[in-house]
Design a protein around this ligand. Structure first.
Ligand SMILES: N[C@@H](CCC(=O)N[C@@H](CS)C(=O)NCC(=O)O)C(=O)O
Length: 206
């Protein structure tokens, strides 16, 4: 049984939920963070000194950082499927997971926080417009990559598709202008057929 701490509407928790769903693992998700609180207890701090979600526990093993959780679960339970065995192949999945966190998420976070989590009268719409303009060309890098392959790491679905799939769902639910990204649309249509995606990610963006 995998225990997962984190609220269902967190993009970082959704990555982990999608992963356990793909792998068919037994899990228990414990609501934590946001209005649920629970991150400031001594017990939680011992598991995750950052006091962020998600945190997972698998037996004696505790993991935090959402992409590290996805990698841990894929390596332990999805070798040869979510977890490409060949290092060169795996690096394809890995690099796009890191790209999501380092290149894509800074501007995604500006738009999300300003338009969804900030009251209208306090929104910095100039910052939203600037971030939205930067995001089109950033997503276009992935669009170019997907012109030549059906999934992020090649012919099959891997862990590399999970963080970006979560981010594309969120991007599409933000109230901003978006340039067309036809290859991402085709890839996302493939992702949307996956039950674990529909169950854990295709939720209202709040
Ligand atoms: N880099 C971390 C970021 C973790 C993070 O910032 N999580 C947010 C939710 S997405 C959080 O814990 N926010 C505090 C809260 O929900 O109370 C990861 O990928 O796991």
């Amino acid at each position: 049984m995998i225990r997962i701490w984190g609220r269902a509407n967190s993009i970082n928790v959704q990555k982990v939920m999608w992963t356990v769903g793909e792998l068919g693992l037994d899990f228990e998700r414990i609501d934590a963070g946001g209005a649920f609180g629970g991150l400031d207890t001594p017990e939680y701090g011992r598991m995750n000194p950052n006091r962020k979600i998600p945190t997972i526990r698998d037996g004696e093993t505790v993991v935090w950082e959402s992409n590290a959780c996805v990698r841990y679960l894929a390596a332990k339970y999805g070798s040869g499927s979510l977890w490409p065995v060949d290092p060169a192949h795996r690096s394809e999945a890995d690099r796009w997971m890191d790209w999501m966190l380092t290149t894509l998420m800074p501007d995604m976070t500006i738009v999300f926080w300003q338009t969804i989590r900030t009251p209208p009268e306090r929104r910095d719409m100039a910052a939203v417009r600037a971030a939205a303009e930067r995001l089109g060309p950033i997503w276009a890098i992935l669009d170019g990559h997907l012109a030549e392959r059906p999934y992020v790491a090649g012919d099959g679905f891997t862990m590399g598709d999970i963080p970006l799939g979560c981010a594309w769902w969120r991007y599409h639910n933000l109230p901003i202008d978006r340039p067309p990204q036809p290859n991402i649309d085709a890839w996302f249509a493939r992702l949307r057929t996956r039950e674990a995606y529909r169950t854990h990610v295709a939720l209202p963006v709040t």
